[in-house]
Write a protein that binds this ligand. Sequence first.
Ligand code: FE
Length: 349
Amino acid sequence: MTHRRNAIAVAGLLLAAATAASAQDQVLNLYSARHYSTDEALYADFTKATGIKINRVDADDAGILARLKAEGAASPADVILLVDAARLHRGEADGLFKPIKSKVLEEAIPAQYRGRESAEGTPWFGFSTRARVVVYDKLKVKREDVDTYEELADPKNKGKLCIRTGSHPYNLSLFGSVMEHMGEQRTQEWLKGLVANFARQPKGGDTDQIRAVGAGECQVAVSNSYYIARLMRSDKPEDKALMERVGVVFPNQNSWGTHLNIAGGAVAKNAKNSANAVKFLEYLASPQAQNYFANGNNEWPTAKNVKVDNRALQAMTDGGEFKAETIPLAAVGANTVKVQQMLDRVGFK
Ligand code: FE
């Protein structure tokens, strides 16, 4: 209840700020699920380059989607930054985004990292990627036993697997990707196999799963790449010891490639400043912004021909190269509805 009242109060403030701005005072109301200090520099640079002032509302992804729905046509939001293909798909399916046409974005961002195009345009664009990888105990597990997603469900890995809840968007998207590659029936069998291999009931975030491997509670875990990069960059002795003990595998190098997820942006359905919103998204696709946006969270840029110099990512991938899947993330997002039903059927909490 309090949360809702705060949301409305904040929305009201934003509206007041927007109304108070003079005609020359260009503004952009940004709802962001990203909270990195490097993003601050990014916004400041945008304002410096364009004169457009950014009013930012921070919330988590679920909170942003709920707020947009509650605010409806009165929403002050112009542009939305979300994390995860499953959530971007949710926003698209719920009609919260205004599809856009932008030559700049279409040229910069490969089609696999965009929402489904229609006559009106494209509903969202991805600006950074993260890989969903396997972490294992080097003392107890052979790398070749966990170097594919399929093997995580193999009886040879019984009692070894730690993974966060199945319905968390990171997993929904991974499973939606597996469904795109293996089809519905095999994917449900595979999910059943994962449940059979649990070392414990799902709990905690990705970092907790890695720590559980370090603590000997499980031997195999699934995590987004940037959590591993964060631990690799940590100076804490316990983190250094943890990263000595665990190995990292980018799965399916000999088949369809490792699953990639994205952080992305969209123009809000009821945006009052949509021209500024498009400008902002185009700015995010520029090489300089791409570097900040991706590097700030140890991710990879989506824009063509942009590379980041990130030591942790280099180390994790033996020089930075790995085979990533190439299926459209729009399809992955769309699969997540069916995936949720499968999870209920196989008892994957
Ligand atoms: Fe995360």
